[in-house]
Design a protein around this ligand. Structure first.
Ligand code: GLN
Length: 192
């Protein structure tokens, strides 16, 4: 397919990639699980799912994923991170600091909601995407502590930024694939 076509890749090294596939099926968007670096040549956009960022980083080391994903982004192809995926995309990671792709200028603090609230459902607003309050599922989620000058905040919950965008990179600290609400995936598909 020329230019990777419009097929959406879902990074499938670890984590909840299958639920993103389910959401894309609902939206009738073609997708491909991305398990090896050459798979990136066959897609037009990439979802980095939630899971455990430290585990994903171990896989990253094995196949030169960092350089390959940065090259993919440099071609202007859209990326969408959720939770651990957002941690991978960030320019700075705290608690503790770890390797990252540096593709969106934000600082994220891992597991920042504390142990008592390992997971929770909150309602937030994404006024540019929809009028209705969005149901947001947070699981051992990071908090975005700093947003760089070039980054737009598209969504907030309880005053904190939870959905941000810089150029072709979209990042959420919650899990839109875990609800029935298609708003955020629809928005990403329009970027591809
Ligand atoms: N706490 C995980 C991490 O630091 C992220 C959790 C998630 O993706 N739901 O990678």
């Amino acid at each position: 397919m020329k230019n990777g076509g419009k097929r959406i890749g879902i990074l499938a090294l670890q984590g909840d990639f299958a639920l993103h596939a389910r959401m894309l099926d609902r939206l009738e968007a073609p997708w491909k699980l991305v398990k090896h670096v050459p798979d990136l040549d066959e897609i037009g956009g990439l979802i980095l799912p939630g899971g455990e960022s430290t585990t994903m980083l171990k896989f990253f080391g094995e196949e030169g994923w960092g350089e390959a994903i940065r090259r993919f982004a440099a071609q202007g192809k859209p990326l969408f991170g959720t939770c651990a995926g957002t941690i991978l995309l960030a320019s700075e990671v705290l608690n503790p600091p770890q390797e990252r792709l540096g593709l969106i200028d934000i600082t994220v603090e891992r597991n920042a909601y504390g142990r008592q609230v390992d997971s929770s459902v909150r309602y937030g607003d994404c006024p540019e995407l929809t009028d209705h309050p969005l149901e947001m599922v947070f699981i051992r989620a990071p908090i975005i502590r700093r947003v760089g000058a070039g980054v737009r905040v598209l969504g907030r919950a309880e005053g904190l930024p939870v959905l941000v965008e810089q150029g072709s990179v979209l990042a959420a600290t919650f899990h839109p694939e875990l609800t029935e609400d298609e708003t955020v995936h629809r928005y990403f598909l329009r970027k591809v």
